[in-house]
Design a protein around this ligand. Structure first.
Ligand code: NAG
Ligand code: NAG
Ligand code: NAG
Ligand code: NAG
Ligand code: NAG
Ligand code: NAG
Ligand code: NAG
Ligand code: NAG
Ligand code: NAG
Ligand code: NAG
Ligand code: NAG
Length: 822
């Protein structure tokens, strides 16, 4: 037998309309003889709520529900027949026993029962003695009203939860639910199916630790109660009757706090559970920590590093982090070897991980207990809770700027030491750097600043922010004084890189980059990497190192080599890249045997790839970047011979609408430098276009630009090409291994484009986007080129500068630095 039921009635209309006149005006109670029929409503005494029929969007479906009577239907807070809508407006709500669409499922039927809609939004069924047999607040729909409870019975596991609608226009039961998990320490959860989707953090008696802004006035009425019979419930109450407040679980899985003052029409959202990506459960994986103020948001806890560094750098953080150095307790167990005791690193203001174990131990005992048990990974002590400890994975951590709790993470002693070492190294590096590089340039820099010559100053600072090492760069760009912050890069342990490269074995050496050797390596997971090791104690190299980290960590493109991480330990500084098995373009192009494997199609696609990478740097990335050292040995080839630009040690970022800069320190490579840059230190996108033109002509001719150095007849490849152009004999330039008649026209066109790129005056050179259009024949008509400069031999070399200079006698492809006397 049923007490309230909803019927689909078609017959009784006439007789009922008479009754309607009697109570259509604001009644709040139904009985077996007074019932409501679509479109009538019950109105609570006080008019806050109505109960009746409603439809959503354009649907014909009729639902019975309770809603806030002002201002509109969008505030439906409870729905009776969520999964069984009526399809027309013939429904009635009665207290009866038959033809049931939805029922309250209470079987104590009496003929004298009544149902009243209270001003709290609660629909209450009373039997003839006036005692409550059923109430709607015990059966929440998608909203949590004042005094409603969401609960879990720890004995039976039975839960009372909020369940989301399928969509804003479909109140049927969706996949998301919000409830309380009482295990160990109560926490609120939103689940997607059975998977956790959001977590409030543990309840400390006043607030949930993972909701740092919960102290706001409106939250004051929140309570989590253990009723001592095994049921734990969460509820809230609003004391002020001129305030309406409720929580709703949206179809997207967000818990939203909505608020309205008496007499106002508009609802205001005062809190929501998804303030950032960090609110998605476990975003950063095991031992990762999420900080919505950082970019990227995830980093590894101190003493941990990404498990799969490549996945991690792609923004796939789910695989999480692993410990760098084994704990002392683990080592002791496996080898009997003793060492310094493990210690704890304190992380302040965090949302502590899920799956805490709880004990009543006082704080120092809490620490002791954790230290004693090798499976204890972290502990936290909170006055409102007591001692929490964690074993296994630490999952779903968040870093706040305020609020939260202090978490102590167990680390091997050496990892703790490193913190101090690191700081020392950093300050020493900065001091030495300042003295060694800075001192002579300092005064001239000051002088130039006074004269408002646009140049940038760079202060590099490694700082310890508690969750991971961060690298910042305070970089003033032109007049904008922009502050560019380093993106976080995974830091890898030196030991790991040494193992990966077999202790930097000569056999693993891939080549010599601008400021140090590059080694091939293999991480334990099998991932191949290239490790660029900065020459020790190279003060100049440090600047380039920092510059490269700064530039390349911000950008990603298929034609740019990807930086996976870096390593700064002691006086070792290394950059870790994706591995390019085919090395660099020059190893193909200028090798009599290997060059044959680059047919014209391949070469053309390499040229296009370089062009697209350069276009990205100049135009498409968020920053404008001038590479300044484009050359064949800086173009790497992946396994499919796709080109990737590398070596950003010289690159410069342009701010705002700056399109040209001056430098007194000209860096670049012979033959690739544009005249205005080599002679006057002026660089712009057009100086990169010049280098691209040289590269293009090299790719077609298969000859190094510098291979003419001792040839009396021609000064350079450019001079040679120009002579052939003037003699209408440009086919002569084409490498015979690609000289096929069917490609001749296309190749000649490319030479033409190459000559346009290397014209003497920067303004005559096309931009890289125009170059790409020319290459793809989108621009059909090419202007005639002007004479390129023949300037290589005029450049004086500064003999005092950096270490790579020593290699120069053997190879003039090495990047040089020229201090320009002006
Ligand atoms: C509404 O409530 C007031 C005070 O609680 C009471 O006096 C009044 O009779 C109620 N009205 C109805 C229709 O129940
Ligand atoms: C409404 O539903 C009833 C049964 O539930 C069905 O017989 C009827 O055809 C439906 N009407 C419409 C218009 O869908
Ligand atoms: C009502 O109770 C019956 C059995 O007692 C059960 O099968 C049915 O699912 C219940 N309905 C609701 C809406 O709880
Ligand atoms: C129903 O209620 C009326 C008055 O409210 C009372 O006189 C009557 O005895 C009740 N009937 C039963 C069966 O409880
Ligand atoms: C409903 O009836 C059952 C027995 O049929 C009884 O145990 C229960 O207390 C009754 N509920 C109310 C609210 O009267
Ligand atoms: C919930 O899980 C389903 C299936 O795994 C997924 O398609 C959906 O996007 C998830 N919802 C949210 C809000 O994450
Ligand atoms: C109730 O809230 C209203 C609106 O915020 C406020 O003006 C009033 O002072 C509050 N009353 C009490 C008793 O706090
Ligand atoms: C939170 O979720 C809502 C939908 O429920 C969405 O509109 C909003 O953009 C989300 N906010 C953030 C910061 O993700
Ligand atoms: C993320 O990384 C994990 C572990 O490496 C992998 O299994 C998963 O497929 C990756 N997901 C995506 C979307 O790349
Ligand atoms: C030490 O090793 C043994 C077996 O190798 C294992 O059962 C035990 O749990 C380990 N103890 C600790 C503290 O890890
Ligand atoms: C260590 O902690 C784990 C997990 O909390 C627990 O199962 C185990 O019993 C503890 N071992 C000792 C020796 O206390």
């Amino acid at each position: 037998m049923e007490i309230i039921s909803l019927k689909s009635v078609t017959a009784l209309l006439l007789s009922l309309s008479v009754i309607c006149f009697g109570f259509c005006t604001a009644i709040d109670t139904m009985t077996s003889t007074r019932f409501i029929e679509d479109p009538e409503t019950l109105v609570s005494n006080g008019s806050a709520f109505k109960l009746g029929f409603f439809s959503l969007a354009d649907s014909n479906n009729r639902y019975v529900g309770i809603w806030y009577s002002t201002p509109s239907l969008s505030t439906v807070i409870w729905v009776a027949n969520r999964d069984k809508p009526l399809n027309d407006s013939s429904g009635t709500v009665t207290i009866s026993e038959d033809e049931i669409v939805w029922s309250s499922n209470v079987s104590n039927a009496t003929s004298n029962s009544s149902a009243q809609l209270l001003d709290s939004g609660n629909l209450v069924l009373r039997d003839n003695r006036g005692s409550i047999t059923w109430e709607s607040i015990q059966h929440p729909s998608h909203s949590l009203l004042s005094k409603m409870k969401i609960s879990t019975d720890t004995n039976t596991g039975e839960k009372v939860v909020l369940t989301s609608w399928k969509s804003p226009s479909d109140p049927s039961i969706g996949s998301l639910s919000a409830g309380i998990n009482p295990l160990s320490i109560p926490q609120l959860f939103i689940w997607n199916g059975s998977q956790p989707y959001w977590r409030s953090g543990p309840w400390d008696g006043q607030i949930f630790i993972g909701i740092p802004d919960m102290n706001s006035v409106l939250h004051n009425g929140f309570q989590v109660v253990d009723d001592k019979e095994g049921t734990v419930y969460a509820t809230f109450s609003v004391a002020n009757s001129s305030i309406f407040l409720y929580y709703v679980l949206t179809p997207q899985g967000t818990l939203v706090e909505t608020y309205r003052e008496y007499g106002k029409e508009e609802w205001e959202v005062t809190w929501r559970s998804n303030n950032s990506e960090c609110d998605v459960y476990g975003t950063c994986g095991a031992f990762g920590i999420c900080n919505s103020g950082n970019s990227p948001i995830c980093s590894c806890l101190r003493g941990y590093e990404p498990k799969y560094i490549e996945e991690w750098s792609r923004g796939n953080w789910t695989s999480g982090c692993v410990r760098k150095t084994p704990l002392q307790c683990e080592r002791t167990n496996s080898s009997g070897q003793q060492g310094k005791l493990d210690g704890f690193f304190r992380l302040t203001t965090v949302k502590v991980p899920d799956f805490a174990d709880w004990s009543l131990a006082p704080e120092d005992e809490c620490r002791e207990e954790c230290l004693k048990n090798c499976s204890c990974m972290a502990y936290s002590y909170c006055s409102g809770i007591g001692c929490m400890s964690w074993s296994g994975n630490l999952i779903d951590l968040g870093k706040f700027t305020q609020g939260g709790a202090d978490l102590y993470i167990r680390l091997a002693h050496s990892e703790l030491d490193k913190k101090r070492d690191m700081k020392a190294i950093i300050s020493v590096t900065i001091v030495i750097g300042t003295i060694a590089i800075g001192i002579c340039t300092y005064f001239s820099w000051r002088w130039r600043r006074k004269q408002t010559v646009k140049d940038k100053s760079k202060e590099i600072l490694l700082s310890d922010r508690g969750d991971a090492y961060q690298i910042y760069d305070m970089n003033r760009l032109g007049d904008n004084a922009n502050q560019v912050k380093f993106q976080e890069l995974p830091l890898l342990a030196l030991e790991k890189l040494a193992t990966a490269t077999n202790n930097f074995d000569e056999a693993n050496k891939l080549g010599q980059g601008g400021f140090g050797p590059v080694y091939r390596g293999k991480l334990p997971g099998g991932q191949e990497i290239a490790v660029k090791r900065l020459s020790r104690a190279s003060a100049q190299g440090l600047e380039e190192f920092m510059n490269e980290v700064m530039v390349i960590s911000k950008i990603q493109h298929r034609n740019l080599v990807r930086l996976l991480g870096c390593c700064i330990e002691g006086d070792e500084k290394m950059l870790i890249y994706e591995c390019m098995p085919n090395k660099s373009l020059d190893t193909f192009l200028f090798d009599p045997l290997k060059r044959e494997s680059l047919d014209w199609r391949r070469r053309f696609s390499i040229i296009e790839g370089i062009g697209r990478g350069l276009l990205y740097l100049h135009r498409d990335s968020r920053l404008r970047i001038i590479h300044r050292d484009l050359k064949a040995s800086n173009i790497l080839l992946d396994e499919n011979l796709n080109a990737k630009i590398s070596d950003f040690g010289m690159a410069r970022i342009f701010g705002g609408n700056q399109d040209q800069a001056n430098t007194k320190r000209v860096v670049g490579t012979y033959g690739y430098m544009s005249p205005e840059y080599a002679m006057e230190g002026r660089f712009s996108e057009k100086s990169d276009v010049f280098s691209f033109g040289v590269l293009l002509l090299e790719s077609i001719s298969g000859r190094r630009n510098t291979s003419f150095q001792y040839d009396e007849q021609y000064l350079s490849l450019l001079g040679y090409a120009w002579t052939l152009w003037c003699e209408h004999n440009i086919e002569e330039l084409i490498d015979e291994t690609i000289a096929e008649a069917r490609f001749q026209e296309e190749i000649s066109r490319c030479i033409h484009v190459g000559l346009l790129c290397v014209q003497e005056s920067a303004k005559d050179r096309p931009s890289i986007s125009t170059v790409l259009s020319m290459l793809s024949s989108e621009i059909a008509h090419l202007p005639p080129p002007k004479q390129p400069p023949f300037l290589e031999k005029q450049i004086a070399i500064d003999t005092e500068s950096s270490q790579p200079r020593q290699n120069e006698s053997s190879s003039n492809q090495v990047t040089v630095t020229i201090i320009q006397g002006r």
